[in-house]
Design a protein around this ligand. Structure first.
Ligand code: ZN
Length: 154
């Protein structure tokens, strides 16, 4: 990646890490806690889905490292207004982006701005920080009753 683009990406990540978007709770929404014991990142995700399974609102509370906050912030902006099936697809594409080398064009397309987090792949410890919000989202979409921990997940 060229250095100018890389530093631009880093600025966006730092900005979202310092000033996370949608850092609040939502009344009458589904919620679930997520925890990354390796880093100490802890968040609670709120997702409000309308009768057509479209994500009407998404927000989170909690605290963690800049990567976990930036990823949750970027995720909240990206999945708002999307169908839950689409959000699920984006989760898998994002997970793929951070763990595999062969991301296909369809995945690139649905990730959009989220691709700025791809640099995290070079730091395996931080992958769990970046995917925490997403695993928690996946838990909510599957009606998980238990808090999500990244302990046994890649
Ligand atoms: Zn972290």
């Amino acid at each position: 990646m060229n250095p100018e683009l890389l530093s631009l990406y880093q600025e966006v990540i730092i900005d979202h890490g310092k000033n996370p978007r949608n850092l609040r709770s939502i009344d009458n929404a589904k919620s679930l806690e997520g925890f990354n014991p390796l880093c100490g990142d802890r968040l609670k995700l709120y997702v409000k889905v309308d009768e057509n399974n479209v994500i009407e609102d998404v927000a989170f509370t909690g605290s963690g490292c800049a990567i976990s906050m930036a990823s949750a912030s970027l995720m909240s902006e990206h999945i708002k207004g999307k169908h839950t099936n689409e959000a699920e697809k984006i989760f898998h594409a994002f997970h793929h982006l951070l763990t595999q080398d062969d991301v296909n064009d369809i995945e690139h397309d649905c990730l959009g701005k989220l691709q700025i987090l791809s640099g995290v792949k070079a730091f395996p410890m931080r992958v769990k920080c970046a995917t925490l919000a997403w695993h928690t989202l996946d838990g909510i979409l599957h009606d998980s009753q238990d808090a999500i921990t990244t302990e046994d997940e890649a």
